[in-house]
Design a protein around this ligand. Structure first.
Ligand code: GDP
Ligand code: GDP
Length: 458
């Protein structure tokens, strides 16, 4: 069993062109089948080693751009219902039109997985359209050119995990089937792969206790630890289950392995030690309580933020601290002062050696991951924006007030928001910070980078 992909979108965006590219000579018209697929073309698609069914809603050229006749809506809804994944095409050269918005609304309500494809994206003329596609709030758009075959590796990369999930599901379903309990929160992020391990990286200066901590988490002495500082290794990872949660832990440095495993691990390693950060969803910055917030620690925390990762700060060797209360106050103060960009990120004290505080670290990681994945509805955001504007109106340079009109969350992991506004270039940084801090507070998103893009409108 494989999955079914529906290509949807208004006329003329390139659906048929893409359909033909995916299906090639294997095109199988099923027009003559009774019922369901009469107006829908269905074909056996292949992309790399992936095989799946593709359905196309093309062939409705009489529909004009300005309206969305009932027939077209019905057809699209049917395709969406039949499909496991929808590829929503827009024409990146034209940008997002009102008709595209209507399609986006149908997909938001009805579809499980949506991939946005900004088609006709060959060359630079499409850049603005690709940006607009972000603002649809349906995830990061893929740049495609159906006609020139561009973006196919990227399409493959997003479809591959879905195919995997289907294969797994098919296996799991084979014996006595147990019905999955549906998540009843429509805004909850939908994981593409069911039991994908949470990816964390433990980073920090040599001797901070990274290996000791990871050993403690994986519960065996697979990594050898020692007091000698400095043997920097490239990123390697171990998969484990920590209190029932599957996790893959990446480590940058200081993992001293038993000789036997070492060879194998070295082959897996990559040249850039900081790659662990790039792989991770949540980065645990591990500090040594005796020498916290060294410049190296600050650099890596800042890097994690710039890479858009969720950050948890863990202060290790807490067992050796004498004046815990005073120390903690001092640490919090230093954190706020030295890492303002990570305002509100959790600070957890632990002892990798004794295991104390690891339950709190576990909880902080899950919470940070959850926040990083959070999605706020457009309705909530716009209510919120109205309140913020009223409380503190934006400035009016040269007597012309900057208007912030509309806001939407364009992406998660980390949360990214787009505000449509007049004169975006004139909006001072202080106002942007006001909005970012407000989002953090009001939607409870501590410790995650928040991206805010101002976009001009006509
Ligand atoms: P549909 O109505 O959505 O099925 O769109 P079609 O596949 O019929 O394509 C509409 C027009 O856009 C045709 O003239 C295609 O040649 C053209 N087209 C499709 N894909 C691309 C592309 O990637 N780049 C450019 N420049 N044109 C494209
Ligand atoms: P890494 O270089 O970051 O991997 O650090 P290691 O895990 O090798 O630890 C460096 C040293 O710190 C070792 O001597 C550990 O025994 C010690 N250490 C690690 N965690 C703790 C802790 O929680 N408390 C104390 N007192 N020492 C620790």
């Amino acid at each position: 069993m494989s999955f079914t992909l529906a290509i949807v979108g208004r006329p003329n965006v390139g659906k048929s062109t893409l359909f033909n590219r995916l299906v090639g000579k294997r095109l199988a018209l099923v027009d003559d089948q009774p019922g369901v697929t009469r107006d829908l073309r269905e074909g056996a698609a292949r992309l790399g080693d992936l095989k799946f069914t593709v359905i196309d809603t093309a062939g409705l050229e009489e529909a004009t751009d300005e309206s969305l006749p009932g027939r077209m809506r019905k057809l699209t809804e049917r395709a969406v219902d039949m499909a496991d994944v929808c590829l929503f095409l827009i024409d990146a050269r034209t940008g997002v039109t009102p008709t595209d918005e209507v399609f986006a609304e149908i997909l938001r309500k009805r579809a499980d997985h949506v991939i946005v494809g900004a088609n006709k994206a060959e060359g630079n003329a499409a850049d603005a359209g690709v940006l607009e596609a972000y603002a649809l709030g349906l995830g990061e758009p893929l740049r495609l050119s159906a006609e020139h075959g561009e973006g196919m590796p990227e399409l493959y990369a997003v479809l591959q995990p879905i195919a995997d999930e289907f294969d797994k599901r098919a296996e799991a379903d084979a014996p006595e089937t147990e019905v999955d309990v549906e998540d009843d929160d429509p805004d909850a992020p939908r994981p593409i792969t069911a039991a994908k391990p949470l990816q964390i990286a433990v980073v920090g200066r040599p001797n901070a206790g990274k290996s000791t901590l990871i050993n403690r988490i994986i519960g065996e002495d697979r990594l050898l630890t020692g007091p000698e500082a400095g043997i920097t290794r490239d990123a390697i990872s171990v998969q484990t289950e920590w209190d029932g949660v599957p996790m893959r832990i990446f480590d940058t440095a200081g993992m001293r392995k038993k000789a036997k495993v070492q060879e194998k691990l070295e082959k897996l390693s990559v040249s850039d030690g900081l790659r662990a950060v790039k792989f991770a969803e949540v980065v645990v910055v591990l500090l040594d309580a005796a020498i916290p917030f060294e410049s190296q620690d600050l650099r890596i925390a800042d890097l994690a933020e710039r890479e858009g990762r969720a950050v948890v700060v863990a202060v290790n060797k807490w067992d050796a601290e004498e004046h815990k209360q005073d120390k903690l106050r001092e640490l919090k103060e230093a954190f706020d002062r030295l890492l303002p960009q990570l305002r509100g990120a959790p600070l957890v004290t632990v002892s990798a050696k004794t295991g104390r505080g690891l339950d709190r670290l576990h909880a902080a990681i899950l919470k940070a991951h959850d926040v990083w994945n959070r999605r706020v509805t457009t309705a909530q955001l716009n209510r919120w924006l109205a309140g913020m504007l009223e409380q503190h109106p934006p400035p009016a340079p040269q007597g012309k007030r900057i208007k912030l009109r509309y806001m939407t969350q364009a992406k998660t992991r980390p949360p990214g928001f787009v505000v449509m506004c007049s004169h975006p270039d004139k909006l001072p940084d202080s106002y942007r910070r006001y909005l970012v801090n407000g989002l953090r507070e009001d939607f409870d998103m501590p410790g995650t980078p928040i991206r805010l893009t101002m976009r001009g409108q006509g």
